[in-house]
Ligand binder design. Structure first.
Ligand SMILES: Cc1cc2nc3c(=O)[nH]c(=O)nc-3n(C[C@H](O)[C@H](O)[C@H](O)COP(=O)(O)OP(=O)(O)OC[C@H]3O[C@@H](n4cnc5c(N)ncnc54)[C@H](O)[C@@H]3O)c2cc1C
Length: 305
């Protein structure tokens, strides 16, 4: 367990160099589980930094989504209240990546009926963690987290600032998730190319053009993701809709790459475990850090405001 934690922390660094992070996440043969853990840790780190709160040492897990729905932050019901022994939190969070290994949970909730972010330590009283069975990213330690009068520390300011810092942190993380989609998409295209070579079907244009198309779309997505990462590092990204565009385009490109690989491998797609694993890891990127529907909604609002 501590090996996973050390590896993730080593790769994530301080979560400040987006160029460096995107470079690693978008590389071929990226390990999906470690990569998802890095994205989740950096989501929590970015939210805390945006709030101006000190980021604790150790692995963080962002606990935002609740059982009744994760798309709308305004529907969150987890709450914190002040007691003689300090803040305590009540609620349930689902899909908490790193939950099984994290040192701290960064919990989005309501405190005094205002949006707020609280930090709950792994050994806090009132905290219960259960593994969550997903068909992908099992090794990213995704968990259900139950908070019953759990000891917590409310971070930074509550209200509008907490809401905006969280939205901004999630938007930043979308660029990292987009990079992961590119890395997994490139991996699946290369895998299909090697399979096609072994099968002796590279003389068929139907096969080569299909994979060429997938490659071209992925390269375009990759270029966009790298450009946005550079702008973030330089403090020049003014319109955060770009993060939604990056996530939307990169995930769609990766899903297209899976379709191209599956068609290339025909019946073998149904018996090839590596392809199936890549497919599941790519498809699980669709809801993560906000569904593709939500990205389109953000883009549409910008277009029609
Ligand atoms: C691999 C993985 C890792 C994850 N890691 C984390 C994590 O670390 N921390 C965390 O808190 N969560 C995490 N999540 C949860 C993820 O953020 C949510 O799945 C996502 O926000 C969607 O919430 P939901 O699944 O509850 O779907 P819902 O919000 O219930 O949405 C259901 C459907 O309604 C649509 N919909 C809802 N509202 C709108 C709207 N306003 N406009 C258009 N369409 C809408 C959605 O697009 C979707 O099709 C992870 C999920 C996955 C798959």
């Amino acid at each position: 367990m501590s090996a996973i934690r050390d590896r993730v922390l080593g790769l994530a660094g301080s979560c400040t160099s987006f160029r460096g992070l995107v470079e690693g996440l978008s590389s071929e043969n990226v390990d999906p589980c470690t990569a998802m853990s890095v994205v989740a840790h950096c989501t929590a780190v970015r939210i805390a930094s945006n709030l101006g709160a000190s980021v604790p040492q150790g692995l963080l897990a962002p606990a935002i989504t609740e059982p009744h729905g994760g798309s709308n932050l305004q529907n969150v019901t987890t709450s914190a209240r002040m007691t003689p022994r300090g803040w305590v939190v009540d609620g349930v969070k689902w899909f908490v990546t790193n939950g099984l290994y994290a040192d701290y949970f960064l919990v989005y909730l309501r405190a005094n009926d205002e949006p707020a972010v609280a930090l709950v330590g792994r050994n806090a009283r009132g905290l219960k963690i259960e593994p969550m069975k997903l068909s992908a990213y099992t090794c990213s330690g995704i968990a259900k987290v139950y908070l019953r009068n759990a000891e917590a520390r409310v971070m930074g300011k509550t209200g509008r600032e907490a809401y905006r810092s969280t939205l901004r942190g999630i938007a930043e993380a979308r660029v990292l998730l987009a990079a992961l989609a590119v890395g997994l998409g490139k991996t699946v295209v290369s895998y299909a190319i090697e399979w096609a070579k072994g099968r002796g079907i590279t003389g068929l244009q139907a096969v080569t053009h299909r994979l060429a198309r997938a490659h071209a779309i992925l390269k375009t997505a990759e270029g966009y993701v790298h450009t946005i990462a550079g702008l973030i590092d330089e403090g020049k990204l003014e319109d955060w809709t770009a993060a939604s565009i990056a996530k939307y385009v990169a995930v769609e490109a990766a899903i297209e790459a899976v379709t191209a690989a599956r068609r290339t491998m025909a019946g073998h797609a149904f018996i090839d475990e590596k392809l199936q694993s890549l497919q599941q890891h790519i498809e699980a990127l669709e809801p993560a850090e906000g569904t593709q529907d939500i990205q389109l909604e953000i883009i549409a609002r910008r277009l029609f405001h």
